[in-house]
Design a protein around this ligand. Structure first.
Ligand SMILES: *[C@@H]1O[C@H](CO)[C@@H](O)[C@H](O)[C@H]1NC(C)=O
Ligand SMILES: *[C@@H]1O[C@H](CO)[C@@H](O)[C@H](O)[C@H]1NC(C)=O
Length: 203
């Protein structure tokens, strides 16, 4: 049944694609162009697959606008950093870690690192929302602020993991470091897309 449906789908697709090119709805091709744009742009990041899967859902809102793409990537990284701060904050309230002062201290610092990262990413997003014309002097100033803040956020996120170096291995430690790594990837990708946008400017 599935095979039959698939066959029908392919035949229909073939029919529409080759027999009636005029009948292809305009927004279908645009939608696939929008998706291609994300795939190609994500190629400039360190974690292209993660970049693509986290942004493909916004393809129609992004359209093929590198500024919107960078903004969406910053939003994704903000959401993740915020979630991480909440996760770490929950852990600091867990009585189990109170008995290990090193772990408690690393957790506390990590919470403050992610708190700072959230502020910096939020600041970047605010800056990105200001409408300035690409290529202008204020565009360069805006982009340089965003680049500075996103880099600072990435450093803060790294600092969290570094703080756990001297902490004895535990489930908590590996959970925090693994989750931290995922947030760092999202922030790194957002920074890379900001850098591409800043370079290309008008495009
Ligand atoms: C991504 O980059 C690689 C090498 O830099 C290239 O071979 C590949 O075609 C690119 N893919 C897309 C979708 O742009
Ligand atoms: C933090 O704890 C609250 C209350 O227990 C819970 O609702 C929330 O989902 C937790 N957040 C995270 C990110 O674990």
């Amino acid at each position: 049944m599935r095979t039959l449906l698939f066959f029908l789908f392919i035949t229909t697709l073939f029919f529409y694609t080759y027999s009636l090119p005029i009948a292809i709805p305009q927004d279908l091709t645009t939608a696939s162009d929008n998706i291609d744009f994300i795939r190609t742009s994500c190629n400039a990041t360190l974690y292209p697959d993660l970049c693509y899967t986290s942004l493909a859902g916004y393809a129609n809102a992004i359209q093929q606008d590198p500024g919107r793409l960078a903004r969406a990537a910053i939003s994704v990284s903000l959401k993740k950093a915020h979630h991480m701060a909440e996760y770490v904050s929950n852990l600091t309230r867990d009585a189990d870690y109170g008995s290990d002062p090193r772990a408690a201290s690393a957790l506390h610092d990590c919470f403050s690192n992610f708190g700072d990262a959230v502020d910096e990413i939020r600041g970047s997003l605010k800056q990105m929302r200001q409408a300035v014309s690409p290529g202008s002097e204020s565009f360069r100033f805006q982009m340089s602020n965003v680049q500075t803040w996103m880099s600072a956020a990435l450093t803060d996120e790294e600092t969290c993991t570094d703080g756990f170096e001297d902490v004895a291995d535990s489930q908590m430690k590996s959970d925090v470091c693994d989750r931290s790594e995922e947030v760092k990837k999202a922030t790194s990708n957002a920074l890379a897309l900001v850098n591409s946008y800043a370079e290309k400017g008008v495009q």
